[in-house]
Design a protein around this ligand. Structure first.
Ligand SMILES: [Zn+2]
Length: 364
């Protein structure tokens, strides 16, 4: 216990010190001066979002979802900072030619949730800004809730209830879902059970219905709002006509260790995307996880760039297949975003985010 509390307090001291430094830099005009500097002009900030809530998703998972109010506030802030929001391909060509405009930013959205169409896109249209959706395509064609995340969402929705687990996981138990640790472990056990039982997508969908029933969660309303669904082919076609750039994120949200499987994932993904828009040449790593040899595999597939989830600004010297990207979440203070927009935060010490040993497939 001592170790945990000391690491938590170290983290908050570290974060507080960082925020104080950023605040001082803003007060002294350093952030503004950097935003206008030639040094910043030669760099590109790529921002990553996942979802913009349709209902209460940001309260369930504030790392995956931001509220529409929070998202609109971020966009207003970028406008106030004088950012030039560019389309990904155009921005990368300018970056590699050392021809970027001042304070340039690219907006990217991972996975392709249908909330992008309903929530983010109208806000982006208001600002007249382009965006890239890195689409994972399996659940776009099979347009039902994404199993792994819906499983977690339903248990959160039923957090004041007790879940009877027979037929849902290997062990039968009655779990009080109030405790977040019990919920988290139950979600993992249900996902594992579905995987080890080799459930089809339809069987997994039935499992979600059973969970919602047992927890007395109003699942029909969740389905009607298409919460945790991906963009349908019709929505993708409309977005593409509306100028949204659709790029690669694998078919099943995974980066297989075998070259053949990895390239097959990309090919299935590209086949879906090219049904309604131009051939994609840019990629984002699912979960931000990458390995050195992916560079060659991506190059052989005519991929021109790949983005990670490691915060930073890209320069013309950055590896094209390891471009840094800042994941903007509800837990990031606006001041921290301002720090990254200016480039000031690249000088601040950072704690490396550990990649979890257990990474669920997430989208299949
Ligand atoms: Zn993703």
């Amino acid at each position: 216990m001592a170790t945990v509390s000391s690491s938590v307090s170290t983290m908050s001291v570290f974060r507080t010190a960082k925020l104080l430094t950023l605040n001082a830099a803003r007060t002294l005009g350093v952030l503004e001066a950097l935003r206008r500097s030639e040094w910043r002009q030669n760099q590109l900030l790529i921002l990553a979002y996942h979802g913009v809530s349709q209902h209460d998703e940001h309260l369930w998972n504030n790392e995956l979802f931001v509220s529409p109010e929070c998202f609109a506030e971020r966009m207003r802030a970028l406008e106030q900072y004088g950012c030039r929001v560019l389309q990904l391909n155009e921005a990368l060509e300018m970056l590699w030619a050392n021809a970027l405009p001042p304070c340039s930013v690219v907006l990217t959205f991972d996975d392709g949730g249908c909330d992008f169409y309903r929530q983010a896109f109208p806000i982006l249209r208001h600002f007249g800004w382009p965006a890239t959706v890195y689409l994972t395509s399996y659940y776009s064609g099979y347009n039902r809730p994404v199993f792994d995340v819906m499983c977690s969402y339903l248990l959160w929705k039923g957090r004041d209830r007790v879940l009877e687990t027979s037929g849902l996981m290997a062990n039968t138990a009655k779990l009080a879902l109030k405790d977040p640790a019990i919920r988290e472990s139950a979600v993992r056990d249900i996902q594992l059970f579905a995987r080890e039982s080799r459930f089809s997508a339809t069987q997994k969908d039935d499992l979600l219905n059973t969970i919602a029933d047992r927890l007395d969660v109003d699942y029909q309303t969740i389905l009607a709002k298409r919460i945790l669904h991906l963009l349908s082919p019709a929505e993708l076609a409309e977005l593409s006509v509306g100028g949204v750039d659709i790029q690669l994120h694998t078919h099943r949200h995974c980066a297989p260790k075998s070259r053949d499987y990895f390239l097959a994932e990309l090919e299935e993904n590209r086949d879906v995307i090219t049904k309604f828009t131009k051939v994609p040449h840019h990629f984002a790593y699912p979960h931000g996880v990458y390995e050195e040899h992916f560079d060659e595999w991506l190059g052989s597939f005519e991929v021109l760039s790949a983005t990670t989830c490691e915060p930073g600004l890209a320069t013309s010297l950055s590896n094209h297949y390891k471009l840094p990207r800042l994941v903007d979440t509800s837990s990031l203070e606006l001041l921290e975003l301002e720090g990254w927009v200016s480039g000031f935060s690249t000088f601040l010490p950072r704690k490396r985010v550990a990649i979890p040993s257990h990474i669920p497939p997430f989208y299949y």
